[in-house]
Design a protein around this ligand. Structure first.
Ligand SMILES: Cc1cc2nc3c(=O)[nH]c(=O)nc-3n(C[C@H](O)[C@H](O)[C@H](O)COP(=O)(O)OP(=O)(O)OC[C@H]3O[C@@H](n4cnc5c(N)ncnc54)[C@H](O)[C@@H]3O)c2cc1C
Length: 557
């Protein structure tokens, strides 16, 4: 949608655009349709936090018919840009914005063809003609000057279907909409896990809001043995949505090419993670929250992560959730940000684009230390989800277990899974659960899992890898058992998930040469070079790089 919007808004003339969508509707995609949501699932961003579309979300909601408002329990008079909303309703909004764009394209004389219910089965790079061939299940293959792969989320099935009660992901959530009378193991404790929790809770009991506005939960009679056990690294729950001072999370603060190049020149060709941490995290805090800055002034990234995690680690996860809920409520009422948390969101977004220039050492540091913290803090769990989680915990239906890096899950012989981990007393525990849900979020997929096989076979695409700055570090890492450390004629590298791309989201071949006609912004396949937890903000930014590049070829700046 953002690629289309940018092309329509550009000065380019004589362009024809063709969209292939395997479903009957454009807009809701996976997260905002029944593939990724039921009525109980809500967005984690509000209208004022999403990139600008054709009509504001608040204006669109206020014009909805009473039946839709009733179905989604929306009070149109009280709705404003600060509110989150049901994902299925948000999908309808995105669908409506697509339809407006369709009309705009027509008005502008752009030849826009939308192929609904058409699955793209393969993509071929025609090197001789310098064109891209799209092969689908219904339409005669055609050649195009450019192609942008925007296939979104992809959740491969490994054991699901083969083992009863084993779920590789909670999606589509309709598969969890059932009565269960035993404990359920959930791997993960962030937004994906909360999606599973909300569906299971809804179908095994009832939430009631009391006079004091407190939410309580009661189990239904058939589910007396039901409970949910979250398994998370360090036993932590995600942080709660608060008021963002900059609702677009510093989207203007992406490092410039010049800043990146200057820093690379000072660091043997690598962008320094410490530089980005100082520039995009600590510096804004120094200006906007001097009291907090005083506490973290002398800290490097690792020390900062330790500081935050150790403070969280000493408090019971649900007590902390309650404390953060109160803190966030104040932040929202007073319209005052919790600045360091906001800056962590900015840092994650900003790092996404130049992360491919980090050394392998810095990429390992990012994944070991900062990333787990970012995944907790920038989840921004909506208030109503927190209220339900607290009610479930109070009722004894939701608990959390801390599992370390050495924990593992094996599918059961007949049902569910065995969960093995070391507990707080340093004892190894192995539990069998009749129902198991893997809910750690979108898996980062390896390059040859891309469903467009010709691109893999033709070697149009190549696996993403990042060079080590110091060979001795690579050797140490390899000796420690890291199978992703590889050696080629150019040195030591760390293999990271997904395919290699450049800054314009063009695919790179095995020699590092970019393909000027094929772009990809499907997050699961580029997660190695783009490690951010991407949302609509990413879609807007990535589409900007892509369209700018295409327009340049048309002579439009
Ligand atoms: C459960 C969930 C909840 C989320 N909630 C939020 C949120 O609240 N806020 C936020 O900012 N971000 C959220 N996200 C992040 C999400 O990535 C983005 O918001 C956004 O939906 C990504 O858009 P996309 O176009 O890349 O992918 P999608 O929206 O998934 O769209 C991809 C489209 O491609 C189609 N397609 C796929 N393969 C083919 C093929 N071979 N041929 C033809 N068509 C194909 C699909 O049918 C789909 O319509 C969420 C993600 C998930 C998984």
């Amino acid at each position: 949608m953002f690629v289309l919007k940018r092309l329509i808004e550009s000065q380019v003339k004589n362009i024809s655009i063709e969209i292939f969508e395997k479903k009957k509707e454009l807009g809701p995609g996976m997260p905002y349709s029944f593939e990724g949501a039921n009525e109980e699932h809500i967005t984690n961003v509000s209208g004022n936090e999403i990139p600008e579309l054709e009509k504001s979300l608040a204006t669109w909601v206020k014009a909805l018919d009473t039946e839709t408002l009733k179905r989604f329990k929306i009070d149109a008079d009280n709705f404003n840009g600060y509110k989150v909303l049901p994902r299925l309703l948000f999908g309808q909004y995105l669908g409506s914005q697509f339809r407006i764009l369709e009309k705009k394209a027509k008005k502008k004389g752009i030849l826009l063809t939308i192929n609904r219910n058409v699955l793209v089965t393969d993509i071929v790079d025609d090197k001789e003609q310098k064109l891209i061939k799209i092969i689908s299940d219904k339409i005669k293959p055609e050649l195009y000057h450019y192609a942008v792969i925007c296939t979104g989320h992809y959740w491969p099935k490994v054991h699901e279907g083969a083992v009863e009660g084993y779920f590789d992901s909670p999606y589509p959530p309709s598969k969890l909409a059932k009565k269960i009378n035993h404990p359920v193991a959930i791997r993960g404790s962030s937004l994906t896990a909360i999606d599973a929790v909300r569906t299971l809770a809804k179908h095994n009991g009832e939430f009631v809001t009391g006079k004091n506005n407190r939410v309580a939960f009661s189990l239904c009679d058939e589910s007396k043995g039901f409970k949910m056990v979250l398994h998370s690294r360090e036993g932590m729950l995600p942080a709660v949505r608060f008021h963002l001072e900059d609702s677009r999370l510093g989207k203007g603060s992406i490092l410039t090419q010049e800043e990146i190049e200057t820093n690379k020149n000072e660091n043997e060709g690598f962008l320094s993670l410490d530089f980005v941490f100082e520039k995009n995290f600590k510096n804004p805090i120094r200006e906007n929250d001097p009291a907090f800055y005083k506490k973290i002034k002398g800290m490097n990234m690792e020390q900062f992560v330790d500081f935050v995690l150790s403070a969280r680690g000493t408090v019971d996860a649900f007590d902390l959730l309650f404390g953060e809920y109160i803190e966030a409520e104040k932040s929202i009422k007073r319209k005052e940000s919790i600045y360091w948390k906001e800056m962590l969101g900015v840092l994650s977004f900003v790092m996404n684009y130049p992360a491919k220039y980090f050394s392998a050492e810095d990429m390992l540091r990012l994944h070991k230390t900062l990333h787990p913290l970012i995944s907790i803090v920038i989840a921004y769990v909506p208030q109503s989800s927190v209220e339900e989680m607290l009610a479930l915990h109070e009722k004894g239906v939701l608990e959390i277990i801390s599992v370390g890096h050495d924990s593992y899950v094996e599918p059961g012989e007949k049902t569910g899974a065995h969960y093995t981990y070391t507990n707080s007393l340093n004892q190894q525990v192995s539990m069998h659960y009749k129902t198991y849900i893997d809910a750690v979020g979108q898996p980062r997929l390896i390059y040859n899992s891309l469903p467009f096989k010709s691109l893999v076979e033709q070697k149009t695409i190549s696996p993403a890898k990042i060079k080590f700055r110091d060979i001795s570090m690579a050797v140490l890492e390899k000796e420690a058992g890291n199978k992703n450390v590889i050696i080629d004629k150019n040195g030591y590298y760390l293999n990271v998930p997904g395919i290699a791309i450049n800054d314009n989201f063009q695919v790179l071949d095995e020699f590092g040469a970019y393909n000027d006609r094929l772009f990809i912004m499907a997050v699961p396949f580029i997660a190695g070079y783009n490690p951010d937890y991407s949302g609509l903000d990413f879609c807007e930014a990535a589409s900007g790089f892509i369209v700018k590049n295409i327009l340049r070829e048309f002579g439009v700046a």
